[in-house]
Design a protein around this ligand. Structure first.
Ligand code: NAD
Length: 478
């Protein structure tokens, strides 16, 4: 399947690749519905073994490594990933159904995360604290020990980069549970980590279902910290499981993110961002701009231009590098179609012609004619669907933008500097983009949500604090 040299049916536990007691699961190809590979059906037995291997690494050679050594290792791994970017991109495209050029960008983002966290590993410092006479007090940033990383199928490489990369930089030993729908690049990444010289047990990979492998990992008493990215429902279950062991959890969940277009916006610049943020990865992006709020004075123009862009979109199998690929699974397609059956005016829809039988394609659809409290404007659809919501003035824009249970990302398009600053403060979101959306991926930029979008921050330097615990040392010396 790949020159990187991994066996799709195996888990990585310690330094050994081995099958799971539970046998295998089929991995579907979203572009044509065929079976791509068999993967390990990991479960509690493999999770136990992986946690034990991680513990041994955390208390062994890996736990004693210096920050500089870890930094060099991550940088080396980043270079290996970069050298294999084309192969990794192909695997991700096949597995996720993601257009090849988007998968390429993800592979390079993974390399960049490793470069960033490699460079940052030896720059995390504690502080000395002024205190009473006779004392010297300082803080130490220490790894948690064993960190669990439960990852979804939509951006495996990027999410592995931002969570496993930061956790390893801080000296944690990781157990990675990729999604059962897409786990090839997780396995390839682990193989490259071995090639880069990562000691046995510092990274373990247990593919399997959420019910078997995921739940076993989330509730495992040997895990010291859990990073979860996925749906709200599963996030709740993971947080409850972690609570039974009183373990910290980072939750990166969903969103219904708005882009707010004021009448004075530079529409030529805004348009590609508006559309791309809805259809990228077929809309299966947590930070997708699912709601486009448009000031009424430019409603017709924005609707007309977005509709034209939608009609020009090219759908196709991932390796043909279309604008939009298939959804991940028949189940996801049915979920999206269920949302679409709830109504709304179809302002534009992409054409679906000559697509392979069996692929999970849903033509991107631009909707209007629903009020802001309608289910289509409130619930995460996780498919290539955007809703246009008109507004009058700044106050109403803020009310609509903030009027969901989510708060992940928001975009604002206006030439008015004062309004940019007011909107940046008023919007309820973990990231606000002014006259752009996404800042090209933003490896360096802390990312995470509020409300049902989750809590905790990954990406950027901030993640290094998230994957470490703070110890205060007070020395009395008289
Ligand atoms: P999901 O919650 O079904 O699955 C995510 C992961 O959790 C998978 O690895 C799955 O096997 C595992 N899992 C499932 N049940 C589990 C359980 N009981 N215990 C432990 N693990 C379990 O989500 P999904 O359908 O794979 O992904 C789509 C969702 O993820 C969307 O809502 C999307 O917005 C969200 N997401 C968020 C971000 C972010 O950074 N905020 C990024 C990507 C996706």
């Amino acid at each position: 399947m790949s020159d990187i040299g991994f066996e799709t049916r195996h888990c990585l536990i310690g330094d050994g690749w081995r099958p799971a007691e539970g046998g295998t699961l089929p991995l579907g190809n979203p572009s044509d519905g065929t079976c791509l590979a068999e993967i390990a059906a990991g479960g509690p037995a493999e999770v136990d073994a992986a946690v034990a291997a991680a513990r041994a690494a955390a208390e062994g050679e890996w736990g004693r490594s210096t920050a500089a050594e870890r930094g060099r290792l991550l940088a080396r791994l980043g270079r290996l990933v970069e050298a294999r970017a084309e192969e990794l991109a192909r695997l991700e495209a096949l597995d996720v159904g993601k257009p090849l050029s988007q998968a390429r960008a993800d592979a390079l983002a993974l390399a960049r995360y490793l470069e960033f966290y490699g460079g940052a590993a030896d720059k995390v410092m504690g502080e000395t604290i002024p205190f009473e006479r006779g004392y010297t007090v300082w803080t130490l940033r220490e790894p948690y020990g064993v960190t669990a990383h439960i990852v979804p199928w939509n951006y495996p490489m990027q999410i592995i980069g931002r969570s496993v990369g930061a956790a390893l930089a801080m000296g944690n030993a990781c157990v990675l549970k990729p999604a059962e729908e897409a786990c090839l690049t997780a396995l390839a990444f682990a193989r490259l980590a071995q090639e880069a010289g990562l000691p046995a047990g510092a990274l373990n990979v247990v593919p399997g279902t959420g019910r078997d492998a995921g739940a076993a990992l989330a509730g495992h008493p040997g895990v010291d910290h859990i990073s979860f990215t996925g749906s709200v429902t599963t996030g709740e279950a993971v947080q409850i499981a972690a609570a039974h062991n009183v373990r910290p959890v980072t939750l990166e969940l969903g969103g219904k993110s708005p882009q707010v277009v004021f009448a004075d916006a530079d529409l030529d610049r805004a348009l590609p961002f508006l559309v791309r943020a809805g259809i990228q990865n077929a809309g299966q992006t947590c930070s997708a701009a699912a709601r486009i709020l448009v000031e009424r004075a430019v409603l017709d123009e924005v609707t007309g231009r977005m509709s034209a862009a939608y009609r020009a979109l090219r759908l196709g199998p991932a390796l043909s590098d279309p604008d939009v690929g298939p959804l991940i699974s028949a189940r996801q397609k049915a979920l999206v179609e269920g949302h679409l059956a709830r109504g709304g005016d179809v302002l534009a829809e992409a054409r679906a012609e000559g697509l392979p039988e069996g692929g999970h394609y849903v033509p991107p659809r631009l909707l209007g004619g629903v009020p802001p409290d309608h289910a289509l404007a409130q619930e995460e659809i996780f498919g290539p669907v955007q809703v246009i919501l008109p507004f009058d003035g700044e106050d109403e824009a803020v009310r609509i933008a903030n009027g969901t249970e989510y708060g992940l990302v928001a975009g604002v398009w206006t030439r008015d500097g004062g309004r940019q600053l007011r909107m940046a403060r008023a919007l309820r979101a973990g990231q606000v983009f002014l006259n752009n959306y996404g800042a090209g991926g933003g490896v360096e930029l802390p990312f995470g949500g509020i409300g049902k979008s989750g809590h905790g921050r990954e990406k950027g330097f901030e993640a290094l604090y998230g994957f470490s615990t703070l110890k205060t040392v007070a020395a009395w010396h008289g």
